[in-house]
Design a protein around this ligand. Structure first.
Ligand SMILES: [Zn+2]
Length: 435
């Protein structure tokens, strides 16, 4: 009796297609859960519903064969500049920033962290202008300078480095603000770093440091072995000015010491912060970055740095494994910003997923000095899913073949559009959907 009731229930579920989407046969890399193997991944109502060696295709409304690809958590880029639209010339809190959605989903990125483009005075403008309007999950580090990255004197104004006001704004928006940033400071004092740490303590959030001008009065070694707290992040790890290597190109002992203390080393490639001359020897010696990030803005993205996958590709060509690179672009950055609900494919977690290809061929990669590193592999993004919805599909692998449908209209597929993300052809005439 009970058994037949179960059968009946199972039967009705099967008929409906329990899962919205099933990614079948991919190589899942989910470092948090220690998975790097062939797995099926089912998504339902925006969440990861099941991960198993085999999930029955009949249980899903939509099945996508991803057997040629890696399936990873949506990528998390913890250093970007996306405070666009203010009209400020030559400033990261303005024209130097990009709008996130045009640059994220196409490279598998579902979450970005704006690294201090705004400070406590203009964060709410940033939130209204960009964060609340983006499909990308945009989080923020508040600049210790109240006016953020306005350029020139604005960022050197010690009077505007208010730890308490910064902490108060961070506490007001705990869903969005994940830490404090100091950047571009050129003075001889420690004030920028110290105020940022003070704000970090007051709001209980990590601090990310761009050390600005490197000066003898405030040695880098002291920054990472004394001033920063465990969990604080030094971005721009492979910048030329970082005294990372000794004369014999060996990673200096204090770098290992700093790492042992819990200081985090992030890539933050940007327009000026990744030299192969620094990164290649370090990676060869096993000094891997804790997290991989782009520092994308209008200039860096057209120079040595192209996008998140380009930076990740550099590291596989330096000898890091695909698994090591995925760890450092998903689960590690999620932990660093204390967003442990992101960056993994645990059942029940938000369904942010990247389906990535690793292409074989002859490629070249450039650093910030304009030198080239040759390589034979690179990442490409096939599919990006955020909150269970398809936001980017390079080759239409989630789509139906047009010539298999007979006579079809422009209505698309109602359940698909409603539950998975739409974009499958036009919708109702007069609707809001852009054509
Ligand atoms: Zn930056």
């Amino acid at each position: 009796m009970r058994f037949s009731l179960l059968l009946f229930l199972a039967g009705s579920l099967l008929a409906q297609g329990q899962y919205d989407l099933l990614l079948k046969g991919g190589h899942v890399i989910d470092p948090k859960n220690g998975i790097s193997a062939k797995r099926d991944v089912a998504i339902q109502d925006g969440k990861i519903a099941a991960v198993a060696e085999s999930i029955d295709a009949s249980r899903a409304y939509k099945v996508v064969n991803v057997s040629d690809y890696y399936v990873t958590p949506g990528l998390i880029d913890i250093h970007v500049h996306v405070y666009a639209g203010t009209g400020m010339r030559g400033a990261y809190s303005g024209d130097n920033s990009i709008y996130p959605d045009g640059h994220t989903f196409r490279v598998g990125v579902t979450t970005v962290v704006d690294a201090g483009s705004s400070g406590w005075r203009n964060f709410e403008d940033f939130k209204d202008r960009v964060i609340d309007r983006s499909k990308t999950r945009v989080l923020a580090l508040l600049n210790i300078v109240g006016r953020g990255m306005g350029g020139g004197d604005i960022e050197q104004n010690v009077q505007d480095m208010d730890a308490q006001a910064t902490a108060a704004m961070a506490k007001k928006h705990p869903q969005v603000v994940v830490g404090v940033k100091t950047a571009h400071f050129s003075g001889p004092e420690w004030v920028a770093v110290d105020r940022a740490v003070e704000a970090g303590n007051a709001a209980n959030v990590p601090v990310m440091v761009d050390f600005g001008r490197f000066r003898q009065e405030r040695p880098f070694e002291e920054l990472v072995t004394k001033r920063l707290r465990p969990g604080d992040i030094y971005t721009h790890a492979f910048l030329g000015a970082v005294p990372l290597l000794d004369e014999k190109l060996q990673v200096r002992p204090f770098m290992h010491e700093a790492r042992k203390r819990g200081v985090i080393f992030d890539v933050g490639h940007g327009g000026g912060s990744l030299l192969f001359r620094q990164a290649v020897p370090a990676v060869k010696q096993g000094f891997l970055p804790d997290s991989i990030s782009t520092d994308i803005h209008i200039t860096s993205m057209n120079a040595g740095m192209k996008d998140m996958l380009n930076v990740m590709s550099k590291f596989i060509n330096m000898g890091m494994s695909v698994d090591d690179v995925i760890l450092r672009s998903t689960w590690n950055p999620a932990k660093q910003i204390k967003r442990q609900e992101l960056g993994h494919l645990t059942v029940g977690a938000v369904a942010d997923v990247a389906v990535l290809n690793v292409l074989d061929g002859k490629y070249g990669f450039t650093d910030i000095a304009g030198t080239r590193m040759r390589g034979d592999r690179k990442f490409e993004c096939e599919l990006t899913i955020k909150d269970g919805k398809v936001h980017y599909d390079l080759n239409g692998i989630t789509r139906r073949d047009w010539d298999g449908l007979g006579i079809y209209d422009s209505q698309g597929d109602p359940r698909w559009d409603a539950t998975i993300g739409g974009g499958g052809g036009g919708r109702r005439r007069g609707g809001q959907r852009p054509r």
